[in-house]
Design a protein around this ligand. Structure first.
Ligand SMILES: NC(=O)C1=CN([C@@H]2O[C@H](COP(=O)(O)OP(=O)(O)OC[C@H]3O[C@@H](n4cnc5c(N)ncnc54)[C@H](OP(=O)(O)O)[C@@H]3O)[C@@H](O)[C@H]2O)C=CC1
Ligand SMILES: O=C(O)[C@@H]1CCC=N1
Length: 263
């Protein structure tokens, strides 16, 4: 199976890292092209994947193509590979935020299996959360696509109406979590820890807490009740964080993320 990537930036590289780590594909199974050779060629040399000279060359050599460019480049890229897709209508897996299957089909301008895929950066560690939805033409290939995506972490089939919400809760949220970890560790620095020690302590606490939520039947706030001893330190901190607008700040950030996705 040859998997092609049009666009070789952060997300493409995260997916490739996850697939190679899982040994789902070998470097020689992966073909890439990006915007600037000075970016994608050294990356290919480093990882052993094959760099080719054009997006058309990716579409010609691949069995499936992952569209991993900025959403604004989706239409011109489809125009570029149009003739190749007419000759060989291979599945296209689009990572583009805010671009639905109907728009992708219009841009493709030829019948082609389309899968809208929304991963997050954690696919690089095989700990991703990936949503997908496909058009009718992709019905036959979808189980194989989902099997491959599952090598990158958890997957969920999602109706298109929920994709913007998913982007906020999973696609963008690693950045929100990094902000929280940084805030926690910065507070540690305020009280004399080194940034490196504070960041490790904060990140491990967040990682363990997420694992606890995933493995427990309790809700996150039920678990918080188990942390907060009567008259103790935790409830004192929780109340001040909430008074400073913790939960409304997170929800407002999600609102803004969804609004941007729907622009
Ligand atoms: N980053 C993330 O966590 C997530 C991203 N996504 C989606 O994935 C897509 C890619 O995002 P991301 O990887 O972060 O973006 P990046 O900016 O990191 O990568 C974009 C890639 O596209 C390349 N590119 C630019 N112009 C062309 C072109 N004409 N033909 C082929 N490739 C081109 C760039 O090359 P160069 O840099 O050399 O110009 C770069 O390799 C976006 O649509 C985004 O919404 C979805 C979920 C999560
Ligand atoms: O910030 C972005 O637009 C992309 C989509 C989700 C994560 N990164």
């Amino acid at each position: 199976m040859k998997l092609g990537f049009i666009g070789a930036g952060n997300m493409a590289q995260a997916i490739i890292a996850g697939l190679l780590k899982a040994k789902a594909l070998a470097p020689s199974d992966i073909i890439i092209h990006g915007g600037h050779p000075e970016n994608f060629e050294p990356y290919a040399a480093r990882t052993g994947v094959t760099a080719v000279a054009s997006n058309t060359a990716v579409a010609e050599a691949a069995d499936w193509v992952v569209l991993a460019v900025a959403p604004a480049l989706g239409q011109p890229v489809f125009a570029e590979v149009h003739d190749t897709l007419v000759k060989r209508p291979i599945p296209v897996l689009s990572l583009l935020t805010g671009v639905d299957l109907k728009t992708l089909a219009a841009w493709a301008n030829t019948p082609v299996p389309l899968v809208r895929v929304m991963p997050n950066l954690n696919v690089a560690l095989n700990a991703g959360m990936t949503a997908y939805v496909a058009n009718e033409a992709a019905a036959q290939v979808l189980p194989d696509v989902v099997a491959l995506l599952s090598r990158l972490g958890e997957t969920i089939a999602l109706p298109e109406k929920d994709f913007s919400t998913f982007v906020a809760l999973a696609g963008s949220s690693p950045a929100f979590v990094y902000m929280f970890i940084d805030a926690l560790s910065r507070a540690g620095v305020k009280y004399g820890l080194t940034k490196a020690a504070a960041t490790k302590i904060a990140a491990q606490a967040v990682s363990g807490s997420a694992q606890m939520v995933l493995s427990s039947r309790d809700s996150p706030l039920d678990l918080a009740d188990k942390v907060a001893s009567p008259g103790g330190t935790t409830v004192a901190g929780m109340l001040v964080m909430e008074a400073a607008g913790f939960m409304p700040a997170v929800v407002a950030g999600v609102d803004a993320t969804i609004a941007k996705d729907r622009e």
